[in-house]
Design a protein around this ligand. Structure first.
Ligand SMILES: Cc1ncc(COP(=O)(O)O)c(C=O)c1O
Length: 467
């Protein structure tokens, strides 16, 4: 039944978007819709409840369900100018540590770091899996699990990747401590300090920190909100600068949430191939699309290309497990060595527990539940932001993941806003963190992976007031 109600909710939402039902229109009664669609009353009620949760419709007592009047979403527009600015060292990231610490401070409404609220994570199943490991494989869990990492976990990851179109074997994978370590190992494997690395702009700030810590220069390629980095800008940059690697998150990149269509992925791979530049593909949000099927990966589209694929279970199962991986292709041996040099090994018990969750099908079941929840959370946050933030606010329209990129009216100082908001118990990520050159001064990123409650609504109203 789960997918049927979601399908029905999506259909109604589409009708609303296309204007079949306008604001204020009454939707068909539950019984009439159940009869006409040949579904149960429970399916219709659940679909309507989903749309209520997403803020698309409202219930009027003894009257029925109506389309809610909404301020239309103003989408973010692509940056003007296709040319990339020169490479530069990453600076001005000190604010990030304040934000990162806020993630663990109780009493703060945490909209800053892209960390799912525990209510979005299968914490009970993880608890059971960890307990089972400690009960049945205590001695093994007490020891190092040397690189490349637990064979059973690598087998499960390889199986999933292959089912998703990237034919990878267990021996091609190195287990890492999250996707962050995978990105760091990938960059260390293919660059030296002082090298130039092409990144999308805006980019995930953790990546910019890695560049900064490795003494690498960032070449920012403007990303379009719907399909990612402009390839003409990238082509221009590759002609002009000695780029040593390109790091992108083609599936639901953070913070824009776009999904790069296959033909653009293919063109990207060809372009980088011509210039012999390795692609570091960050697919940490790849399983969290709002639609089906799961999008392809560059690794899957071009098995022989020079691609270092990085991912983790941080956005799906739990960031605290710190289980990630890298399939580095021809750089496998170097990455394996660097992994050992960095931390000897990743913790053993979480690797075994995640292997069990994958093998038992729990991971897939959780994904099926969570995608709809994230889609609802993003839709609801989008509507509320458009409702309460000032005129001139624009937002991204993510196709997956759970973050929203918000452009505030011109002249807003998002760093000052973030500081003042933190003093009032709300954390947001200010735009300049997502750029090596301090761009996006009037942008913020909001994490939507929270259950909607009065506290969250108050937090948005606090931000609106500060604006
Ligand atoms: C795009 C992107 N890549 C990588 C990471 C790091 O993931 P992990 O927590 O697995 O290290 C994040 C976390 O926010 C992210 O948003």
């Amino acid at each position: 039944m789960g997918s049927r109600y979601r399908q029905l909710a999506d259909e109604i939402a589409q009708h609303i978007e296309r204007g079949v039902y306008a604001a204020g229109d009454r939707l068909p009664s539950v019984r009439a819709l159940a009869r006409s669609r040949g579904v149960s009353v429970v399916t219709v009620v659940t679909a309507y409840q989903t749309l209520l949760d997403e803020g698309r419709i409202e219930a009027r007592p003894r009257s029925g369900f109506y389309v809610r009047a909404q301020r239309p979403i103003q989408p973010i527009e692509a940056e003007s100018g296709a040319s990339a600015a020169p490479p530069r060292p990453v600076t001005g990231q000190a604010m990030a540590m304040t934000l990162i610490k806020a993630a663990n401070t109780s009493g703060i409404v945490q909209l800053g770091a892209a960390v799912p609220d525990p209510s979005f994570l299968p914490t009970q199943a993880i608890g059971r899996a960890m307990a089972q490991v400690m009960r049945t494989r205590r001695a093994q869990a007490a020891g190092y699990m040397m690189p490349p990492g637990a064979p059973e976990l690598r087998r499960q990851i390889a199986r999933r990747m292959s089912e998703n179109g990237a034919s990878v074997a267990a021996d091609d994978i190195v287990v890492t401590t999250g996707c962050q370590e995978a990105l760091s190992l990938a960059l260390r494997a293919v660059t030296r300090p002082g090298d130039v690395v092409a990144v999308e702009s805006p980019a995930f700030y953790g990546l910019l920190h890695v560049l900064e810590s490795l003494g690498l220069e960032a070449l920012e390629i403007p990303a379009r909100p719907r399909d990612g980095p402009a390839l003409d800008a990238l082509a221009f940059a590759l002609e002009r600068w000695p780029v040593r690697a390109c790091v992108l998150a083609p599936n639901y990149g953070n913070p824009l949430g776009y999904c790069m269509p296959d033909e653009i992925k293919r063109a990207l791979i060809r372009l980088l191939g011509r210039h012999r530049v390795p692609l570091i593909e960050d697919d940490v949000y790849g399983d969290l699309g709002f639609g089906v099927p799961r999008p392809s990966t560059c690794k899957g589209l071009a098995p022989r290309a020079d691609i270092l694929y990085c991912s983790s279970f941080s956005k799906t199962l739990s960031p605290g497990l710190r289980v990630g991986w890298i399939a580095a292709g021809r750089h496998h041996a170097r990455v394996e060595y660097l992994k050992y040099v960095t931390s000897i090994a990743s913790p053993t018990a979480p690797q075994l527990a995640v292997a069990d969750l994958l093998a038992g099908g729990r991971y897939e079941r959780h994904l099926r539940e969570i995608r709809g929840k994230y889609a609802s959370a993003v839709a609801r946050m989008s509507d509320r932001v458009m409702e309460v933030f000032p005129e001139g606010t624009r937002i991204s329209q993510p196709q997956g993941g759970f973050v929203l990129w918000v452009e505030l009216p011109e002249g807003t100082d998002s760093v000052a806003l973030a500081r003042r908001a933190l003093r009032q118990g709300v954390s947001v990520a200010p735009g300049p963190l997502f750029s090596a050159s301090g761009k996006y001064g009037n942008f913020i990123r909001l994490s939507c992976a929270r259950v909607w409650d009065a506290q969250l609504d108050r937090a948005l109203l606090t931000l609106a007031k500060l604006l």
